[in-house]
Design a protein around this ligand. Structure first.
Ligand SMILES: NC(=O)c1ccc[n+]([C@@H]2O[C@H](COP(=O)([O-])OP(=O)(O)OC[C@H]3O[C@@H](n4cnc5c(N)ncnc54)[C@H](O)[C@@H]3O)[C@@H](O)[C@H]2O)c1
Length: 406
């Protein structure tokens, strides 16, 4: 591939990336597809970029125009079937989070990547904020010792008007999104910092009367928190949210090793708080606690420029990772196996929550004997656009419902 000739599916979130793509000499935006005509028409595009409202036509016509990659910014729980179609059509794929909406789709997705030999990566951007990259560097360079415990929180409360705007229609995915499901922004950074994968998960979700009062009538999830606890493959334990709506900062991250600990996120701005025991300060460290803004130059010549892009620079690094992968064969951290591991953790995290914290092994999707067990498991909390097809609860049984015997 000499140039990425890309098509964008989904022009809402997709629009953030379109801006970055149009400015990049190694990327040619070929086409944009959104079935919501108004959203599609609102995107400012050069005349050369074609607009489509139907995915199959976008794929077929895009192919004729030389399209060799697709960026998926469609509905959260519907990425896998579109990724598979695009790979079958010979295109590489970047997918917004999450990779797959069911365990079955996790299996189908990895099999499709292996069968087609196409490149697939997840656009999980939160690991690439300045402070998260710095914590990852501290871990990589052994400054914290052996990682023992990590925690991540992603919190996205909003006004009622904003929530209504974000979930247009009774059956929009955000109205049915279990609290554990949007796991990548809390879990992804911890995996990236510590280079680890989940082995076991248990979860707990908590009903919130205030959330129910706020969203009743237009959303079906009344939980305020979905929390998961994992044993990771490096021996460490990790505790992280999906997307919560508790009274807390927007997002925060922490890794504690047996020598030092580091934390960052909202409240610290772009700073990192580094901690060492006063009685065991490493050479060159004079204080137990240092709060500092990492030097962006540590992360390359373009890191300062990255900070101007969305999500603390994360969106910039997704585009850079995509270019390195598709044009220069550098496999990104968030490949298909990391993607489905996160999706599976979220899915099993809900099942665990509904079952008083039962512990589930997270399959290693590289291994056929582990993934085959899940190939027919298509349980989903999401209804289709007619309100049909949800096969499991999206929220915890709340006290009123228990009293009513439902
Ligand atoms: N990484 C981040 O920071 C970040 C931020 C926002 C959203 N997202 C992700 O981006 C994705 C999209 O979210 P969103 O905020 O844009 O809201 P959204 O899901 O409501 O919008 C999706 C858009 O895709 C279009 N679409 C869906 N299915 C389609 C189809 N079959 N054919 C043509 N068009 C189709 C819809 O019309 C809509 O405009 C989600 O997965 C979300 O999790 C990620």
């Amino acid at each position: 591939m000499d140039k990425i000739r890309i098509g964008m599916l989904g022009a809402w979130r997709g629009n953030n990336y379109i801006d970055l793509m149009l400015r990049d000499e190694e990327i040619e935006l070929v086409a944009v597809c959104d079935r919501h005509k108004e959203t599609l028409d609102q995107v400012e595009l050069p005349a050369s970029v074609k607009r489509f409202t139907e995915f199959d036509e976008f794929l077929a016509e895009g192919r004729k125009l030389g399209m060799n990659a697709v960026f998926l910014c469609n509905y959260f729980h519907q990425h896998a079937p579109f990724a598979i179609k695009a790979m079958e059509a010979g295109m590489d794929v970047v997918s917004e989070c999450t990779s797959a909406g069911t365990m079955k789709e996790c299996v189908e997705l990895v099999r499709a990547v292996e069968r087609t030999g196409r490149k697939y990566m997840i656009a999980e951007n939160y690991p690439f904020s300045l402070s998260n990259m710095e914590i990852a560097r501290l871990c990589r360079e052994g400054k914290l010792g052996t990682p023992l415990y990590a925690e991540g929180e992603y919190n996205h409360s909003a006004s009622t008007a904003d929530l209504q705007h974000l979930s247009p229609g009774r059956y929009h995915w955000r109205a049915w999104l279990p609290r554990t499901y949007y796991v990548t922004h809390a879990m992804g950074p911890l995996m990236y910092m510590t280079g680890s994968m989940p082995k076991y998960v248990c979860g707990r979700s908590v009903y919130s009367p205030a959330i129910r009062r706020q969203v009743e009538g237009f959303r079906s999830v009344y939980d305020g928190v979905g929390m998961m606890f994992c044993e990771m493959d490096n021996g460490m334990i990790a505790r992280f949210t999906g997307c919560t709506a508790m009274a807390s900062d927007y997002s925060r991250y922490r890794v504690c090793g047996d020598i030092g600990g580091a934390e960052g996120g909202t409240g610290f701005g772009e700073n990192v708080r580094l901690y060492y025991h006063s009685y065991a300060l490493p050479e060159g460290i004079t204080e137990p606690v240092t709060i500092y803004r990492p030097d962006p130059a540590t992360f390359g010549k373009r890191a300062e420029e990255a900070l101007k892009a969305g999500h603390g620079g994360g969106d910039f690094w997704i585009i850079e990772n995509m270019k390195e992968y598709f044009l220069r064969d550098v496999t990104p951290f968030f490949d298909v196996y990391k993607g489905v591991a996160m999706s599976a953790t979220a899915i099993l995290g809900l099942r665990s929550s509904l079952n008083h914290g039962e512990n589930y092994p997270v399959p290693d999707f590289r291994k056929e004997d582990e993934r085959v067990k899940w190939e027919n498991d298509d349980l989903t909390p999401f209804p289709d656009e007619n309100g049909q097809g949800a096969t499991m609860p999206c929220t915890m049984p709340y006290p009123e419902r228990i009293r009513e015997g439902q």
